[in-house]
Design a protein around this ligand. Structure first.
Ligand code: UDP
Length: 237
């Protein structure tokens, strides 16, 4: 079968793991993602995942608790490792070979990030889960997604969200909002649309790395995207 995208970087937010729960990790969502990733593995797509941590902890919320920002950011990065471990277990239970990589060294549970080794895993058909973001405070896991996608030579960043693409206004607030099927980087900026934070967005723009924003809730979407169907919104050019 002809694939439009052979190597993809999937960005999953921490919040997308909450599912029907109030916080934390929903076992249902883990199974949902594992099944979708399995579909891509079976097609022969190489998949790297950057997992967020917002369902457990965000650096910005630390200050409210009297914790300094940088400490909070490290707590947020550790949260992504917890999510990554959960995702790894769920995927292995579905017969997917995985490697968990952490940008902060913790060798008992995750490999350190070594670019060539990560690429080798992908070539061997293993799903690579990148955790601990960039390993540096003041960044986000969207920035980690943009950075790693460029480093491993991904064809595209697939940003799974609750909505089915990028709209002219917030579709959850404005019923007249229209969805773009394709939009340029320049237009995203001129219209003030939200795709990723500016650091992440700029890294993609400067390196001509396309981003597809799509609804991760629909379990056919990922498969359709890699096969070249127009799903969600494509940001490029
Ligand atoms: N974080 C960080 N550096 C990074 C990535 C993440 O400091 O490179 C921290 C930051 O505090 C962030 C938290 O980890 O709030 C969780 O990541 P993020 O908010 O990106 O998760 P998501 O919104 O995708 O669930």
């Amino acid at each position: 079968m002809k694939l439009k995208y052979k190597r993809v970087l999937l960005k999953l937010s921490g919040e997308s793991l909450i599912g029907e729960k109030q916080f934390g990790i929903s076992p249902k969502m883990l199974v949902h993602y594992a099944k979708q990733v399995k579909q891509l593995v079976d097609l022969g797509v190489e998949i790297a995942i950057v997992i967020g941590g917002g369902n457990i902890f965000r650096g910005l919320q630390a200050e409210e608790s009297g914790i300094e920002r940088v400490q909070g950011d490290y707590m947020g990065m550790l949260a992504t490792c917890i999510n990554g471990m959960a995702l790894q277990s769920a995927m292995e239970a579905h017969g997917i070979f995985t490697r968990l990589i952490s940008a902060i060294e913790m060798q008992e549970i995750a490999e350190p990030y070594i670019r060539r080794r990560a690429i080798r895993h992908l070539e061997k058909g293993r799903v690579v889960i990148f955790s601990a973001g960039t390993g540096s405070p003041y960044f986000t896991t969207d920035s980690a997604a943009a950075l790693r996608a460029n480093e491993i030579g991904a064809d595209v960043i697939l940003k799974g969200t609750r909505v089915d693409g990028i709209y002219s206004a917030d579709p959850e607030l404005d019923p007249t909002a229209e969805r773009f099927t394709k939009v340029s980087f320049a237009k995203v900026i001129s219209l003030g649309l939200k795709v990723m934070d500016m650091t992440a967005f700029t890294l993609c723009r400067e390196n001509d790395l396309p981003i597809i924003v799509f609804n991760i809730g629909d379990d056919t979407n990922l498969k359709r995207i890699v096969q070249g169907e127009e799903v969600g919104t494509l940001v490029e050019g």
